[in-house]
Design a protein around this ligand. Sequence first.
Ligand code: ADE
Ligand code: ZN
Length: 343
Amino acid sequence: MSDRDPDAPLTEEDLYEVANLPKVELHLHHEGAAPPQFIRGLAREKNVDISKVFRKDGSYDFQGFLHFLSVYEAATSVLKTPDDYACLTTAILEESAKNGVVYTESFISPDFCGGGDVEAWRDYLHAIREAADAAERDMGITLRGVVTCVRHFGPEQAKASALCAAETAGDWIVGFGMGGDENKGKQSDFAYSYDMAREAGLKLTTHAGEWRGPSEVREAVEALGVIRIGHGVRAIEDPALCEMLAERDVVLEVCPGSNVVLGVYKSLRDHPIAKLKDRGVKVTVSTDDPPFFHTTMRDEYVNLAKTLNWDASVFRDLNQTALDAAFCDGATRDAVAKRLEIS
Ligand code: ADE
Ligand code: ZN
């Protein structure tokens, strides 16, 4: 326990401590974590022209959420083989490990890995796991997968993803989720897929309350039975919903930098993460799609520390919340807990 006065401004040493904490990340999109230079290299190798997705300085070029989704999908179009995903996995985990992440769950979509075909998906998954195992050995970072359907591809296509998830559920594929355009359809349209994933023993999350308001978050909990919510930040607009989330121990995968870059909130000062926490809602911190949003886990921590005057003890608690809410098995959780204790 720290005995510093929580109202005293953070010192350089405090910020250094925050920046260098070991970190647990629960909300990271596999393709969204692809460094732009990696995607540009693959495009060149495969002779695919996706030059319009890059700015002159080499970063991803988009304005607003829907444009972000289309640039994301264009960038993803050059990832064509299991080996591409293996190389991508290594690149992602190198970057995460550099930023102190010791455990991460990433969203992986069968739509992009074999088009929803179970046998093709198995090949992609095998390649991803081999790369993840090597990264665990070499860099001390553990990855687990959350199979993710894409909301704007519709409920029928989601069933193919859910089948891939159910067929490969186990100690590595540990969850099922949904990303994509929250303004398309309803959470409950995907209940069949979520039921299939639940019956296969997978833990459940979905993006909700990023673009739509509190009713979307309520529907996610009630119609899909999720125990975590991707973003969920607009729950702050409904105190009764906050109470319900707190009572049911639903954990929010909050991605502050993403919310600011995509325009959900004007600045980190306007972001509700502290208010949600004050209301007793369990919050965690993640990056979402780090190179798209020019962020890293280290940056997220330091920016929150500076804006909210949160010291290392606050981030240690957030990490513990994240580890408790991780979808992995107990043995993995215990091993990661040891890595957090070392700090
Ligand atoms: N896919 C990748 N990033 C996303 C986000 N922030 N919201 C919804 N779907 C996504
Ligand atoms: Zn996301």
